[in-house]
Design a protein around this ligand. Structure first.
Ligand code: 3HC
Length: 293
């Protein structure tokens, strides 16, 4: 079955990025949010991104109009039932995801493929909310979705081989490089990235280096586009804390345990760039200033 129409549930940071990339790759795309204001917010963000691409000359106005024409926002999950593939990018909570997929399972034809963009929950456990575990995969994208070239395509022990290969091919059609991963908590990227980010916080806690020096070390010494503490602020400290708890719960290994400083920053609401403060102060977003602890 060729995928022609893609549904995306959630039009936040990840959902809007996935919807933008799907529409830009030629797929009819329907993106659903819980209310009209959130649909509007998500679509406005996509519009801004597309305008920036026009300004830079990456695409022309006509292409922008075509992409926008393939993209429809909705608040109704009924509008997703004609989609060949539905990708979920809602809040990272198992009960919410299971509830959504059970509702979609009840209204979608048996052939529809379901995918979750979860970064740390178990795909198998989300899939069992439906009667179509064989047509269920993980499609894990990276922030910012229009820029990052990777998609992790995650299979469970129940995923049908043909469906899985179709999703790998879909990843390529989106212009991404798909990697194949088992349904193991954190998949490939977070399995490696989360201990690294947590170690950077531990290095800061132990006074190994300052915030700027830890970041510059990995940027200039290893060629990373962002240092680990900047990346933590970018991903969200609350998000990283949540993922680390799920991974620690699964593996019971210290490398996944949240350092006390991370916990305290999240308790204080210092969640990084989105909250204006994390390891850096973003009062002037163009010139973040390292915090003093
Ligand atoms: N949306 C669309 N395009 C964006 C963008 C966004 N949010 N942010 C940046 N861009 C584009 C810019 O327009 C620019 O495009 P151009 O080269 O065509 O002009 C390009 O990306 C580079 O942007 P900038 O010049 O503004 O800034 P940088 O060179 O510093 O790049 C970055 C920004 C791409 C975010 C880069 O710093 C980077 O790659 N950082 C690491 C990001 C990363 O590791 N992401 C993964 C996080 S982990 C995750 O998502 C998984 C989860 O489970 C935790």
């Amino acid at each position: 079955m060729a995928i022609q129409k893609v549904g995306v549930v959630g039009c936040g940071l990840m959902g809007s990025g996935i919807a933008q990339v799907a529409a830009a790759s030629g797929f009819q795309t329907v993106v659903r949010e819980v209310n009209a204001a959130l649909v509007e917010k998500g679509l406005t963000g996509i519009e801004k991104n597309l305008n920036r691409l026009v300004e830079k000359g990456t695409i022309n106005e006509a292409v922008k109009v075509e992409i926008r024409g393939r993209l429809k926002g909705t608040t109704s999950i009924e509008d997703l039932k004609s989609c060949d593939l539905i990708i979920e990018a809602i809040i990272e909570q198992l009960p919410a995801k299971r509830e959504l997929f059970a509702a979609l399972d009840a209204i979608c034809p048996p052939a529809t493929i379901f995918a979750s963009n979860t970064s740390s929950l178990t795909i198998t456990e989300i899939a069992t909310a439906t009667k179509r575990s064989q047509r269920f995969v993980g499609l894990h994208f990276f922030n910012p979705v229009p820029v990052m070239k990777l998609v992790e395509v995650v299979r469970t022990i129940a995923t049908d081989e043909v469906v899985y290969e179709e999703m790998v091919a879909f990843g390529t059609k989106l212009g991404k490089t798909p990697v194949r991963a088992k349904d193991s908590t954190g998949f490939i990227v977070n399995r490696l990235l989360v201990p690294y980010l947590l170690d950077a916080i531990r290095a800061l806690e132990e006074g190994v280096g300052s915030i700027e020096d830890i970041d510059n070390s990995m940027k200039l010494g290893c060629g990373h586009p962002m240092g680990p503490l900047t990346l933590l602020d970018f991903v969200g400290l609350d998000t990283t804390y949540y993922i680390s708890q799920i991974m620690f719960d699964e593996f019971k290994e210290r490398r996944f345990a949240a350092p006390p400083l991370l916990k305290r920053m999240v308790l204080a609401g210092w969640n990084g760039r989105k909250s204006g403060r994390g390891f850096y102060d973003y009062t002037d977003p163009q010139k973040p200033k390292a915090m003093k602890f």
